[in-house]
Design a protein around this ligand. Structure first.
Ligand code: NA7
Length: 535
């Protein structure tokens, strides 16, 4: 017997969870959200490491469902910091009275679909037994952290932290020897800040990265007013392009087609603007043509080289083995300059791999580095990881882990066949964080809300995806990616950052606008590809 029953349960109170509560309440459902953290924010609640900020511009990384909200909120800088985004999400929760529906400090541990009742039965970490007709996973794509299994980890005498579980009160790094493992987006944000605090910082870099300086800046009132006035125009722009961002170049030229002077001028212009969108999207061919891609990568390396004093260090930092954009392009702030500090040492974890953790520090390439603190900036078991962290059991007792043993799949990234009435936001095969995730989330949630409303209107209460439709969609996801450079390198985008995880592109790369059109077409066609019925 369930203790409580709802029309819809939302798992997570981050960007997706908050918006789901808002929309599902709007159509009159009884809604409850469970959130393992003690506050709202999801990713932006947990990732409190020094330097944490979003690599999407603040005015794009904002909900669009309420123009009033847009007009009322003041972003202070171009790329918002974690504390500011957390404040924003708290503001949203209060502004729309959403907190009331959230049970904090409560993890959903198990979810079992009961075919007889046509309901999901949940068990929470606080012992709650909950029944719900619809289950909405808003667990986020990057909420299950990954820490590599390194022998001796338990013997270390100092402190160890994953960036995703940074204590809210901070860590005193003064007079400490700190080792950072990992140079993805997180490491590259954290390293300059940790370097300012630590006695000495050792960076264990296994793969060097393409990094584009953010050219971050504060926003003044005039800029904010301009952004506010252009709300509608910016929204139209976000809805019309592949990545859900405004100010996106509409018809960029091919880099290979330009004479040397013009291409240099455009590259320099994009560099001055900063951030990945300006450079990565300034040309039509850098995402598909390896020669054009290399030209762009060479330009980025040449510019970054200017920031590094020591040519040997520069070589290690800039010898990137993968095309630019084939994994997440990283937005940096003072990253390369940090290696000019006397208290920062770059270690090559590719040629001298980390062998073990010892009581005194890290042994790599035969050398032992003495440390007081080890920071794991080693990323996430992306997209499927947070879902599989729960025990989810669908039709005929099939576990989601077994269903996804070969590859995580779901029709449109929304519903995995055999797991009816479980809607996934940013699920595998959706555009998810490949685009501006807040716009992707709004699209997903709006679609789910419309679908549930349609079912109610038509006396239906059970939705599953058709296995053939799901398989066709997965094939389509792969087909779309075939000629693209993006996603062609091993990373968390392909699941290959996790030993033993099945490889497979986690995202639909065909563009958010095209994905939206496909979802709308499916809905208009009576939810073709889904099986809807009444139980
Ligand atoms: P990422 O991008 O997955 O980066 C993880 C980093 O950790 C990356 O540099 C890895 O090197 C490194 N890593 C992982 N295991 C090891 C071991 N055993 N030894 C050395 N180095 C290791 O995660 P982030 O948190 O930085 O970013 C995730 C997303 O958050 C990002 O894409 C944005 O969307 C926001 P590798 O490259 O695998 O050689």
């Amino acid at each position: 017997m369930a203790d409580e029953e709802f029309d819809a349960v939302v798992i997570g109170a981050g960007i997706a969870g908050l918006y789901s509560i808002y929309r599902l309440r709007e159509i009159g459902l009884s809604v409850k959200a469970y959130e393992k953290g003690d506050g709202v924010g999801g990713t932006w609640y947990w990732n409190r490491y020094p330097g944490a900020r979003c690599d999407v511009q603040s005015w794009d990384y904002s909900y669009t469902f309420s123009e009033e909200l847009d007009q009322e909120w003041d972003w202070t800088e171009r790329y918002p910091t974690q504390p500011e985004i957390e404040r924003y999400l708290n503001f949203v929760a209060d502004r729309f009275d959403l907190r009331w529906y959230i049970e904090f400090g409560t993890r959903v541990d198990r979810a079992r679909f009961d075919e007889e009742q046509n309901k999901w039965l949940l068990r929470t970490s606080t012992g709650g037994k909950i029944a719900t007709r619809y289950l909405v996973s808003a667990v986020g794509a990057l909420s299950e952290s990954f820490t590599p299994k390194i022998s001796g980890v338990g013997t270390f005498a100092g402190e160890q932290y994953h960036t995703n579980a940074w204590p809210a009160e901070g860590i005193d790094l003064a007079n400490k020897r700190v080792g950072v493992i990992g140079t993805g987006s997180t490491g590259i944000q954290a390293i300059p800040q940790i370097a300012k605090q630590a006695e000495h910082l050792y960076v264990f870099q296994r793969t060097s990265q393409h990094v584009i300086p953010a050219q971050n800046h504060l926003l003044d009132d005039a800029q904010r007013d301009e952004l506010r006035a252009a709300f509608r125009q910016r929204l139209d722009e976000k809805l019309s392009n592949a990545v859900g961002m405004s100010g996106f170049p509409i018809d960029p030229p091919a880099l290979l087609g330009l004479d040397a002077e013009t291409s240099r001028e455009l590259l320099e212009d994009a560099w001055r603007i900063g951030g990945p969108v300006a450079l990565n999207r300034a040309f039509s061919d850098t995402g598909t043509n390896l020669e054009a891609n290399k030209m762009l990568a060479d330009f980025v390396a040449e510019k970054n080289r200017e920031a590094i004093n020591d040519p040997e260090v520069a070589e290690k930092l800039l010898a990137v083995d993968h095309p630019i954009g084939s994994r997440r392009v990283i937005v940096g702030i003072d990253y390369f300059e940090t290696y000019n500090r006397d208290n920062v040492t770059l270690l090559d974890a590719a040629t001298s791999p980390i062998e073990e953790i010892t009581p005194a520090g890290i042994r790599a390439g035969g050398n032992e580095i003495d440390l007081d603190v080890i920071v794991y900036a080693t990323g996430f078991d992306g997209v499927s990881g947070p879902l599989l962290a729960m025990e989810i059991q669908g039709i005929a007792g099939l576990s989601l882990r077994d269903k996804w043993a070969a590859r995580p799949t779901a029709f449109l990234g929304l519903v995995a066949s055999g797991f009816p009435n479980l809607f996934m936001i940013t699920g595998p095969g959706s555009p998810s964080v490949f685009s501006n995730v807040i716009i992707a989330i709004e699209q997903h949630v709006d679609w789910i809300k419309d679908c549930v409303a349609y079912m109610a209107e038509h006396g239906l209460n059970h939705i599953d995806s058709d296995l053939d439709a799901e398989n066709d969609w997965t094939q389509h996801v792969d087909q779309v990616a075939k000629n693209l450079i993006v996603g062609s390198t091993k990373s968390w985008w392909t699941g290959q950052n996790i030993p033993g995880k099945p490889a497979g592109l986690a995202f639909y790369l065909g563009g958010l606008q095209n994905y939206r059109a496909k979802c709308d077409e499916v809905a208009k066609g009576g939810y073709k590809g889904f099986v809807l019925r009444s139980c």
